[in-house]
Design a protein around this ligand. Structure first.
Ligand code: HEC
Ligand code: HEC
Length: 354
């Protein structure tokens, strides 16, 4: 409240001042541009429906996820409106440029980015501590926002206060659940040409249930982390070459292979990580890398190796040792040769021959 008052006062002040100083300075100084009302844009799958169905979906979303001026966190009755509105203020200031006002990943800055800012509405998150295909735990989102995604445009927000960080994550969850429900209702409406309230309730319970289960589904390492030695690295290299990793990541880990193309769940082109870049997106700690190998990366071609390697838990740690070795090579002074790597040469040579 304090904040809103002072912004309003500043805005009033600006009006008086703007005659003297100029409008541009005023808008920058006081953030008056935030006075523009926030609107959620319906997704493409909704705008394709007839207007009655669109209205019905809008009513369900309003009842379960609230409105921009009174957001609701589905599945958590205890989340207060003032807390969520605080999260919204942080979001509008620091996140919507990339992630979009409605969380559709289509903010004004998004087009030039690879990877693209996350479209929250699918409810799919990459850097989780839960099994492949599961929702993230709330802590996973807090951690990602806090430390950012190194090597991508997603900045670190480690200077936000705890209150800001928690509130903005809860607001991301509001947008996520709203998007998930919208998607499922649009799907149902298109299929059945009507919305049966019983089914709608099932969808809602399903979304809440999936997120709730993830809370208790943290993946724990099968064996404790060993002290890494050169032997672990060598064994890890061997596994990297024989367990299928090099097919996508290349023998040298740089991801320059012929097979390294695909689309992610959001429909955008993606490629295997360059493990030598020194910037692991999911985190540089051994536990982070362990998690990526065991649980994979949701929404991307990176599979989880939990089943494939459950009989040989040591191999997982060896792979971690190797990935970290490869990732830290540049830091340790090994500069890879300039120019394109071999597989790229091959690709361009064969393309030229065609
Ligand atoms: C400059 C652009 C930019 C800004 C600003 C930005 N993000 Fe992101 N964000 C990204 C990109 C790009 C990704 C995708 C990274 C990837 O796929 O590896 C992302 C991913 C995410 C993810 C998904 C992580 C996962 O595990 O899948 C969350 C959550 C997120 N951002 C939250 C936020 C929040 C909250 C803010 C504001 C406090 C914010 N972002 C501000 C660009 C941005
Ligand atoms: C089918 C292709 C494919 C295979 C096989 C594969 N990966 Fe990946 N991997 C990817 C893709 C794609 C990404 C990047 C996903 C993203 O961040 O969008 C990735 C990302 C990673 C990351 C995360 C890097 C980071 O920036 O945090 C690690 C670690 C990794 N892979 C290790 C492995 C290991 C070890 C194996 C073998 C056991 C393996 N991968 C097998 C496609 C693959």
């Amino acid at each position: 409240m304090q904040n809103r008052m002072s912004i309003r006062k500043l805005c009033d002040l600006c009006k008086v001042q703007s005659a003297l100083v100029g409008v541009v300075a005023c808008v920058v100084a006081a953030g008056c541009e935030r006075a523009e009302p926030i609107r959620f844009t319906p997704s493409e799958s909704v705008t394709e429906l007839n207007s009655d169905l669109q209205q019905e979906i809008s009513d369900y979303l309003q009842a379960n996820n609230g409105t921009p001026s009174s957001p609701k966190l589905m599945g958590d009755e205890s989340a207060e409106t003032s807390h969520l509105l605080h999260g919204q203020a942080v979001y509008m200031k620091r996140c919507q440029q990339c992630h979009g006002v409605s969380g559709d990943g289509k903010g004004p800055m998004a087009d030039s980015m690879y990877p693209r800012p996350r479209d929250y509405r699918r409810g799919i998150y990459k850097f989780t501590t839960t099994p492949y295909g599961s929702k993230p735990r709330r802590e996973d989102l807090v951690r990602t926002v806090y430390r950012g995604v190194p090597g991508t445009s997603m900045p670190s927000f480690d200077r936000l206060t705890k209150r800001d960080l928690n509130a903005v994550v809860d607001y991301v969850l509001v947008l996520t659940h709203r998007g998930e429900l919208e998607q499922q209702l649009a799907y149902e409406a298109e299929l059945e040409e009507e919305l049966d309230p019983e089914y709608v309730q099932e969808y809602i319970d399903g979304i809440i249930g999936d997120w709730h289960r993830a809370k208790f589904d943290k993946v724990q390492p099968l064996t404790p982390m060993p002290e890494f030695t050169a032997e672990n690295v060598l064994a890890g290299r061997q596994a990297f070459l024989t367990k299928g990793c090099s097919k996508c990541h290349g023998e040298d880990g740089r991801g320059h292979t012929r097979d390294n193309i695909g689309k992610d769940s959001w429909g955008f082109a993606t490629r295997a990580a360059d493990l030598t870049s020194g910037m692991l997106r999911g985190g540089q700690g051994p536990e982070d890398v362990y998690q990526r190998i065991v649980s994979g990366i949701n929404g991307t071609p990176m599979p989880g190796f939990r089943n494939a390697l459950s009989e040989e838990p040591d191999t997982i740690w060896n792979l971690v040792a190797y990935v970290l070795y490869v990732s830290n090579r540049r830091r340790n002074g090994h500069v890879p040769p300039a120019g394109l790597m071999k597989p790229y040469d091959d690709v361009s040579a064969s393309a030229a021959a065609e």
